[in-house]
Design a binder for this molecule. Structure first.
Ligand SMILES: *Cc1c(COP(=O)(O)O)cnc(C)c1O
Length: 382
């Protein structure tokens, strides 16, 4: 029996043709495909600006830098995420703290955010930026987070790595209606792929220009941005300390080709998620809420307790089902424990982790394979 992974890209002939076209062209990087892809993603999301980079991790780093996060600052995110959502703050020399999650949505709990903000204001230690994560593709309560951002004066960066193609109150995630910036990941297990890659979206032209400068060494060729006069057509100036976080044209061509099918990818994920919901209804599992707005990056069920999760995980892996676990709470990683975090700090995220099991979900998962997943899970539970 073949192995069923938990996530897998969909690559079609049109993707291969788009990449081949770039390979035969004059520009493998810093050519026209990147800008075309940026414009397509901005238009898809209804955001004014998009800047493509080489990963979501780079995008999160640049988001924090462009918002002026630095030493002495504080940023908050959710513990139920991949470590990159927190690491970006450490890259900038800022401190990290976490806000516990809602047990049903498994996203940042806005009531917990509000009470933590009240305590932080009293202690004179408010965050400069808050980074909510749309866990599994399910949009966070962005209106609630926006209301608190206006009241307490912090910036909002949506880590939308799971949520390309998701909707929030009738608008695509990435529109930045409620956030300063949004970040997508195009890693192959995500909704659509460029191999490695990421994107920043935003509506503030000056902020997005800072992001674009930081992506490429802090170098400008625009005389209007230079100190003093340009010395000629060859002349450039480094006006900030940036990086090489550029996406290649090869990746961007793949991305633009994938983006044309993202609606179909997400529609298929939603169908498969609804099917899981029906097939698993009689099992002793906590199922994710049916959500037509989610991009359904992950289908995460909850088992009653830690030892059962381990047993079921091992049994399913042994049967060739690539189940996974999302997420080991970020604050329990040794790196974060060294910063002072401990078990018990974020009990809802820790309880979620104790029982969490991610079942295979991707557009190319056949219904027969999905039935095999359910059969093996049913056996493992009995
Ligand atoms: C995948 C992921 C990232 C990192 O994405 P890369 O493109 O691999 O750098 C960041 N945050 C979350 C929530 C993710 O799932």
């Amino acid at each position: 029996m073949s192995f069923i992974p938990y996530g897998r890209q969909v690559i079609g002939d049109e993707d291969i043709a788009a990449v081949s076209e770039v390979l035969r062209s004059d520009w493998l990087t810093q050519g026209p495909a990147v800008e075309r892809f940026e414009q397509a993603v901005a238009q898809y999301c209804g955001a004014a600006h998009a800047v493509a980079v080489n990963s979501a991790t780079s995008a999160l780093h640049l988001a924090c830098l462009a918002l002026g996060v630095g030493p002495g600052d504080l940023g908050w995110t959710t513990p139920n995420t991949f470590v990159a959502s927190a690491n970006c703050l450490l890259y900038c020399g800022a401190s990290v703290d976490f806000v516990d999650i809602d047990p049903v949505t498994r996203n940042m709990d806005v009531a917990a955010l509000e009470s933590k903000l009240i305590r932080a204001r009293d202690a004179g230690r408010l965050p400069k930026v808050v980074i909510p994560v749309h866990f599994a593709g399910h949009p966070c309560d962005m209106a609630g987070i926006r209301r608190l951002a206006d009241a307490y004066g912090f910036k909002v960066v949506e880590d939308a790595s799971h949520a390309v193609g998701a909707c929030y109150r009738g608008r695509p995630v990435g529109s930045c209606e409620h956030a300063d910036l949004a970040v997508f990941s195009f890693h192959p297990v995500k909704i659509m792929t460029t191999g490695e890659g990421g994107m920043l979206l935003g509506n503030d032209a000056a902020l997005m220009r800072r992001v674009a400068l930081l992506r490429s060494h802090g170098i400008t060729r625009d005389p209007a941005e230079m100190e003093g006069e340009s010395e000629g057509g060859w002349y450039y100036q480094q006006i900030g300390l940036g990086y090489n976080y550029r996406m290649t044209d090869i990746q961007a061509a793949l991305g633009a080709s994938q983006l044309a099918r993202v609606g179909a990818f997400v529609a298929r994920r939603r169908e498969l998620a609804a099917r899981y919901g029906e097939m698993l209804a009689d099992l002793p599992l906590r199922l994710p809420a049916q959500d037509r707005d989610s991009a359904w990056h992950l289908y995460v069920v909850g088992l009653a307790e830690r030892s059962l999760r381990r047993r079921v995980y091992d049994a399913m892996r042994a049967a060739g089902i690539g189940v996974n676990v999302h997420y080991i709470p970020a604050h329990l990683q040794p790196w974060y424990r060294r910063l002072g975090f401990q078990p018990g700090d974020f009990p809802v995220a820790e309880a979620h982790y104790a029982g969490a099991l991610t079942l295979p979900l991707y557009p190319g998962l056949s219904e027969l394979d999905q039935e095999r997943v359910v059969r093996v899970l049913r056996q493992a539970l009995t």
